[in-house]
Design a protein around this ligand. Structure first.
Ligand SMILES: Cc1cc2nc3c(=O)[nH]c(=O)nc-3n(C[C@H](O)[C@H](O)[C@H](O)COP(=O)(O)OP(=O)(O)OC[C@H]3O[C@@H](n4cnc5c(N)ncnc54)[C@H](O)[C@@H]3O)c2cc1C
Length: 451
């Protein structure tokens, strides 16, 4: 079965039409890959949670992988699991948590597939300690355009492994993966919260003590000006041990059934998220956070995936949609971070979802994280002056030796990409060997002349 569908990323900008098929096994995937006759190529798509055009392929084929959801081998003693690439982290966690297991890396939403997590080499709040998603992948099966399925591990087929991790679906179709998991004793996180008065204060606090915590993230108020510029709420924590629960709660310590609480309205008046409404929200958010609190137990869902409680929250930006801008600058480039935050504040970007994290070691090639500071913020696409502002920020990022995250991108230019990713040509060589006929492609690949 196929259907013609208009697709966007999570930001709901730049829709394009594709022929979507819904394979239920590897043979069906192979057939679509082999028959990519339109000249517009093929691309795998997961749950469409990348923000821009990474999971779109205008005029070509899309393989919707979300029908491949098997859990094949679950080794509880060894804490590993082998699953189909279309399985969502949401479903996976519902299997794992009651058994005392958790994914090593979780992004800010559970609604991503394992294939999408590998292709974007996603990161979580623990990158400074555990690195990105691919670090927890022991092996995966990759269907390449020649129709072969190769088993790829970081040791045996290291080039293909690291070209696929962060390779944005352009090296092959990931069919299955084996993941190293984390053991947990409860379905709770013990969270420490502190308020920081400005950007320097939050960066100093993170520098000083992030390494004491498995998870760390700071929410930044990008509308606070003057001495309060960059004021933040810093939350850090680790999985709560059983001993952290009262006797009465221990029997249900691993109960896990996260629910969606609200659905965003289908129609949102234009301009709902403007400087004044977001300023009011940010003020409330900052004030309601405790100035200093230690060890508050929070559910896994509340700590890792608060946005998942609102179905379709991306609609609140109205018809024009929104962008997410996420960049990283290396440690030592704190002044560049200050200048960038300063420009965002000066521009009064109505962003209520701006978060700062620290990255540890990176994985090379097209994988995004490098050791340094990363800031991610949502911005309404209709904001005036947005294009020139972000182009100026790209310049600052690149001058500081940093880069922008492709899973969130919808507007970067090809020359900027090569300046940000010095190993791009090496990645292209490996990709070309895997797909000499260039059957795998995407809107992002065409826009950035990736292939
Ligand atoms: C609310 C929210 C919070 C987020 N938080 C984070 C975060 O904290 N950290 C982070 O790193 N990211 C974050 N993201 C981004 C998200 O984790 C990535 O974009 C992820 O790749 C989305 O997975 P998906 O299954 O929806 O993939 P899609 O968006 O459908 O596809 C993304 C890419 O993966 C490729 N792909 C998908 N499946 C396969 C496959 N089987 N084989 C080969 N290629 C494939 C596609 O071709 C495409 O290039 C967040 C997104 C949202 C909406």
């Amino acid at each position: 079965m196929t259907s013609d569908v208009l697709l966007t990323g999570w930001g709901r900008t730049a829709p394009t039409r594709s022929t979507v098929s819904f394979p239920s096994d590897a043979d069906a995937v192979r057939k679509v890959l082999a028959g990519a006759a339109s000249g517009r190529g093929v691309l795998a798509r997961g749950l469409g949670r990348s923000y821009g055009d990474a999971a779109q392929n205008a005029g070509g084929d899309i393989l919707d992988m979300t029908g491949l959801t098997g859990v094949h081998v679950l080794d509880i003693a060894g804490a590993t699991v082998t699953v189909d690439a279309g399985l969502s982290l949401d479903t996976l966690l519902r299997h794992l948590v009651p058994l005392g297991l958790f994914v090593t890396v979780s992004p800010g939403t559970r609604y991503v597939t394992v294939g999408g997590a590998i292709a974007c080499d996603i990161h979580g709040k623990n990158h400074h300690r555990e690195g990105s998603f691919a670090r927890s992948v022991l092996s995966f099966e990759l269907l390449t355009p020649d129709g072969e399925i190769r088993t790829v591990t970081p040791e045996q087929d290291s080039e293909v492994f690291w070209a696929t991790a962060g390779g944005m679906g352009l090296t092959g179709i990931v069919l299955r993966a084996t993941l190293q998991l984390l053991r947990i004793e409860t379905a709770m996180v013990g969270v420490d919260t502190e308020r920081a008065t400005d950007l320097d204060d939050v960066m100093a606090r993170m520098d000083a003590r992030d390494d004491d915590y498995r998870y760390s993230v700071a929410w930044i108020d990008l509308l606070a000006t003057g001495a309060a510029m960059g004021r933040s709420v810093l939350t850090r924590g680790d999985h709560l041990p059983l001993s952290g629960l009262s006797e009465g709660k221990r029997a249900t310590a691993l109960d896990y059934a996260p629910k969606t609480r609200v659905t965003a309205p289908a129609f949102v008046p234009p301009g709902l998220l403007n400087r004044l409404t977001v300023q009011a929200f940010n003020e409330l958010w900052f004030r309601k956070a405790p100035a200093h609190q230690v060890g508050r137990p929070e559910s896994l869902a509340a700590f890792f995936h608060p946005l998942d409680m609102v179905t379709g929250w991306n609609r609140i930006y109205g018809r024009a949609g929104f962008l997410q801008y996420q960049f990283v600058v290396p440690f030592g480039q704190e002044e560049a971070m200050r200048r960038i935050v300063g420009e965002l504040v000066e521009h009064q970007c109505p962003s209520f979802l701006a978060v700062l994290k620290r990255f540890g070691a990176g994985n090379g090639l097209l994988s995004f994280p490098v050791p340094g500071w990363t800031l991610a913020l949502d911005i309404p696409a209709a904001m005036s002056g947005l294009g020139p502002l972000l182009s100026r920020l790209d310049e600052r990022v690149v001058e500081a030796g940093g880069r922008v995250y492709l899973a969130k991108d919808s507007r970067l230019s090809p020359p900027m990409l090569s300046r940000m990713y010095p190993e791009l040509d090496r990645w292209r060589e490996i990709r070309e060997r895997l797909d000499p006929q260039r059957r795998l492609t995407s809107d992002l690949a065409r826009r950035l002349q990736l292939i």
